[in-house]
Design a protein around this ligand. Structure first.
Ligand code: NAD
Length: 325
């Protein structure tokens, strides 16, 4: 068919969404995730690639869709992210190009890692594993039961700060573990706790807010001081939500029982950082969303959105619906 679209896909794509896309368009599939060394296109490189392929649909995850890319006559842009911050949406809108996004694609993935970190911190899983591997089951003349007692999570209270896609996916999992779950989110009707009340009641404080001017640094020394003695702090959202020095202080003073963190400012934590030396802290390098299901979810969201667009519809995940009017 002469007017069959051609899609350049540099995002990882799989499952039902891939099948849908192949039904809708000729697909050039070259995902960044299979490239070594890492290949993230800047706008010039992406524009060049799109033109070389003769594509009129582009589906990306992290490549920059700005400047010259928007001079290419595109039918649609798919950004496989909840927040399509790699796309200059204003410029796309000015040129009448629809932009699709993939909200909630990684909510279950991040919620699962949140639970994993919580268990790992609370039961000392990483420390215990290390003792076994190092032949130190009887470290310092003790038996493991002397070193690894903990309170169970069942029956305790978890406080979720932010009740969006990840917060909600975390809530039912923690309730399933027998926890009482409370939440603070000024923009969510069923999150009824103030931040101060949540901090005072929660045995576990877990961060799930987006980073805004209002939320940046929202957990500082004062907020750590309001937490219960022996509370656990988990942040699988963004490090910018808490003051890292204040967290270190709260852990060093023994007020907090431990912390689980999946993100560091600048995506980096120096190996001589105080957190690295703390046995009651579990650190992961921003892997919350790293599941194959996340890829299948964003593939379906983008491909279904494209199918609706090509059929003259207005998909829910269209970022700039004004281009259709
Ligand atoms: N670790 C990872 O790999 C990973 C992956 C995806 C998302 N994230 C992060 O997880 C967080 C949640 O993502 P999401 O997809 O659920 O986003 P979302 O937009 O669905 O939810 C964010 C929530 O934050 C709430 N919020 C805004 N201001 C607030 C405030 N002052 N106090 C409390 N809550 C407030 C919003 O109302 C919204 O409900 C984000 O910070 C995101 O960057 C991390």
């Amino acid at each position: 068919m002469a007017d069959r679209p051609k899609a350049l896909v540099t995002a990882p794509f799989r499952g039902e969404g891939f099948d849908t896309l192949e039904r809708l368009a000729d697909v050039v599939y070259d995902p960044w995730i299979e490239q070594q060394p890492l290949r993230i296109y800047n706008s010039e490189q992406l524009a060049e690639r799109i033109e070389a392929e003769g594509a009129n649909v582009v589906v990306v995850e992290s490549d920059s869709v700005k400047g010259p890319v928007l001079d290419v006559p595109l039918l649609a842009i798919g950004s496989c992210r909840g927040d399509p911050n790699n796309v200059d949406v204003a410029a796309a809108t000015a040129r009448g190009i629809p932009v699709l996004r993939a909200p909630g694609r990684n909510a279950d993935a991040v919620a699962e890692l949140t639970v994993a970190l919580l268990f790992a911190v609370n039961r000392g899983v990483v420390r215990a594993d290390r003792d076994v591997r190092e032949g130190e089951i009887y470290r310092d003349g003790t038996i493991p039961y002397q070193r690894f007692r903990a309170w169970q999570l069942t029956g305790r209270t978890a406080g979720l700060v932010g009740l969006g896609a990840v917060g909600r996916a975390t809530r039912w999992r923690l309730e399933g573990l027998g926890m009482r779950v409370i939440a603070h989110d000024p923009y969510s009707d069923d999150a009824i706790h103030t931040l101060d009340d949540l901090l005072a009641e929660a045995d576990v404080v877990s961060m799930h807010a987006m980073v805004t001017q209002e939320t940046q640094g929202m957990i500082g020394a004062e907020q750590f001081a309001r937490m219960k003695d022996d509370a656990i702090f988990v942040n699988t959202a963004r490090a910018m939500l808490h003051d890292t020095d204040a967290l270190v202080g709260a852990l060093e003073s023994g007020r907090l029982a431990g912390a689980g963190l999946d993100h560091f400012e600048g995506e980096h934590l120096p190996i001589d950082h105080p957190l690295v030396g703390m046995p009651n802290v579990v650190l992961t390098p921003h892997i919350g969303g790293a599941t194959y299901d996340t890829e299948a979810n964003h593939s379906k969201l983008i491909a279904d959105g494209l199918e609706q667009l090509l059929g003259g519809g207005k998909p829910d995940n269209l970022v700039n619906p004004e281009v259709l009017s």
